[in-house]
Design a protein around this ligand. Structure first.
Ligand SMILES: Nc1nc2c(c(=O)[nH]1)N[C@H]1C(S)=C(S)[C@@H](COP(=O)(O)O)O[C@H]1N2
Ligand SMILES: [Mo]
Length: 532
């Protein structure tokens, strides 16, 4: 930038005194600083772009250790915020924004960073040293976030350091005061816009669109087959009711990953260690030679509200985990398996749930396709009967055989129960709450689940009337949800429909209303409809 080539001493803003003729006096720097804020934005845009682009390049070359965040300072800070958020904040974010909570988080981080940069720009005009220190502090925070991501190498921090170094230089050089009358120059605006767009593009491309990682299993796994519909009779066939098998694209997604880790199956391995007779390392190639089974298993999130949709059924293809654990030989006294994902997330699963003969799988395919990246490519755990947070580790790379007294899964210190057996639940899919239906025969339909115990009965009640049996569709496995239909003779007026289910052990679900926290919501699902 040629206009900055003067000797440093010539720059009026290097002096601590307010230059004569400036529109602010002692103590009034904030007024003039507003327009100088742009210096901070320019510095930030340039520095961030270099850091993000450098991290992207490093990842592409395989030089970055942290697979989930790929050395990106923005994603690392976001991920660190997720991990450090106190439970009330996280609960509020999920309750308010649902599964959009991460988009909101990224926006909040971006806004905070922008504000801090603007403040530093304003400060740099008069107090270059504190401004420099401020920028370096930003760098320390970002570097700490980058370095504490699982798998991070010391060298992961290099792009961030380069970016911060550049930002400091740009900030200190500032912009000639003559440019400063009436806000940013066109060129500065351009640099900020281009920098922000560049950062957005690089981060967005890395985060979302790159789905190519699933390609390399295409030859080893079934692909291209139409999604299974499930065994005959499992589908009650009522329009508007959830399909018995949920297609991959519609399957709910819950995890702490800002960006789903992108793993290559070729380099994947699973280490089994801890309280075992012999450590075992299973590579992707070895896993593919194992006898695989296809099992319908319904996954449910502990955060699912009564009537909620954080639940889904799929056909999983995988190798039973008990076979792998048998090779390692858990020692007497071990009662938990702490599974860990490539991004550091962990789940503590009771050892018996993995060895008692149920179909707990190391799954490599979902509905006949390689696992989608969002659902754990290349390998995840699926355990019938337990909520996802204590069992369904995606991008799994490690199984530590241990004890509940020694180790603890990700969500437990954050206020969720150590044990997470699925609670019996039923949901009305049609008619929807608030719907208007015509008097006469109305099909009330939905799903009920009590994974690994099965569903014995479902009943529906209209207003305060008696409970009446719903018709049950077939139950191909007790590990999946079950569809039900109730033919209702609807009469004019407003009516409330309530559903309840009885599990395979003869227990009715409880009507006590409790929130998801700490071990799963209870209460009966109701919908109110108008019959006209
Ligand atoms: N690595 C990883 N695995 C994870 C999680 C996570 O945050 N990270 N979340 C768990 C939770 S809480 C649930 S409910 C299920 C959801 O699986 P899905 O996203 O495939 O539906 O994944 C589980 N596996
Ligand atoms: Mo969950």
């Amino acid at each position: 930038m040629s206009e900055h080539s003067g000797a440093p001493a010539a720059r009026p803003w290097d002096a601590d005194d307010t230059p004569a003729g400036e529109p602010f006096g002692p103590g009034g720097w904030a007024v003039g600083s507003v327009s100088y804020a742009v210096d901070g934005l320019v510095a930030g845009a340039v520095g961030l772009f270099v850091a993000e682009a450098g991290a992207a390049l490093g990842s592409a070359l395989g030089l970055i250790g942290a697979v989930a965040t790929g050395g990106s300072p923005l994603l690392s800070v976001g991920a660190a915020v997720v991990d450090l958020s106190p439970k009330p904040l996280k609960d509020w974010a999920v309750a308010t924004f649902g599964t959009g909570d991460k988009a909101v988080l990224v926006s909040v981080v971006a806004i905070v960073v922008t504000l801090v940069l603007a403040l530093l720009g304003g400060l740099a005009r008069r107090r270059p040293t504190p401004a420099t220190v401020g920028m370096l502090a930003l760098g320390v925070v970002a570097s700490a976030a980058v370095l504490t991501r699982p798998g991070a190498l010391l060298s992961d921090v290099l792009p961030t350091c380069a970016g911060i170094g550049l930002a400091v230089v740009v900030l200190r050089r500032g912009t000639p005061a003559t440019d400063r009358v009436g806000g940013p120059t066109r060129r500065e605006a351009l640099v900020v816009a281009a920098g922000a767009a560049g950062v957005g593009l690089v981060t967005g491309l890395r985060g979302g669109a790159i789905g190519g990682a699933t390609q390399d299993t295409a030859t080893a796994l079934p692909t291209g087959a139409p999604p299974p519909v499930g065994p005959q009779g499992a589908q009650a066939g009522i329009p508007g009711s959830s399909p018995w098998v949920v297609p991959n694209g519609d399957f709910y997604r819950i995890d702490t990953a800002l960006v789903p880790p992108r793993l290559a199956s070729a380099g994947w391995s699973l280490r089994v260690w801890g309280e075992v007779e012999r450590e075992v390392v299973l590579t992707w190639e070895q896993l593919l030679t194992k006898p695989m089974v296809d099992r319908y298993v319904t996954l449910c999130c502990v955060s699912n509200e009564v009537g909620g949709d954080l639940v889904g059924n799929a056909l999983w293809t995988g190798w039973p985990v008990r076979e792998l654990l048998a090779r390692a030989g858990p020692r007497a006294g071990a009662d938990m398996v702490l599974s860990r994902s490539a991004d550091g997330w962990t789940a503590g699963t009771p050892l018996p749930a993995l060895t008692d003969g149920r179909d707990a799988l190391l799954a490599v395919a979902m509905n006949g396709e390689p696992l989608p990246r969002e659902h754990g490519f290349p390998v995840r755990l699926v355990v019938p009967g337990l909520y996802g947070y204590v069992s369904a580790t995606k991008w799994v790379t490690e199984l530590k055989v241990t004890r509940f007294a020694v180790d603890i899964g990700y969500w437990t210190p954050r206020g969720w129960s150590a044990l997470g057996p699925v609670k019996t639940a039923a949901r009305i899919d049609v008619p929807r709450s608030g719907a208007r239906v015509t008097a006469g025969r109305v099909a009330v339909a939905g799903v009920a689940w009590a994974m690994h115990r099965g569903i014995q009965a479902v009943q529906v009640r209209v207003d305060d009337g008696p409970w009446a049996d719903a018709r049950l569709a077939a139950e191909p496995t007790v590990d999946a949800w079950r569809q039900w239909v109730y033919e209702w003779d609807a009469t004019a007026g407003s009516h409330t429909l309530t559903v309840r289910a009885r599990d395979g052990q003869g227990q009715w679900q409880t009507a006590d209303v409790r929130p998801p926290d700490p071990d799963g919501a209870t209460g009966l699902h109701t919908v109110t409809v108008t019959v006209g």
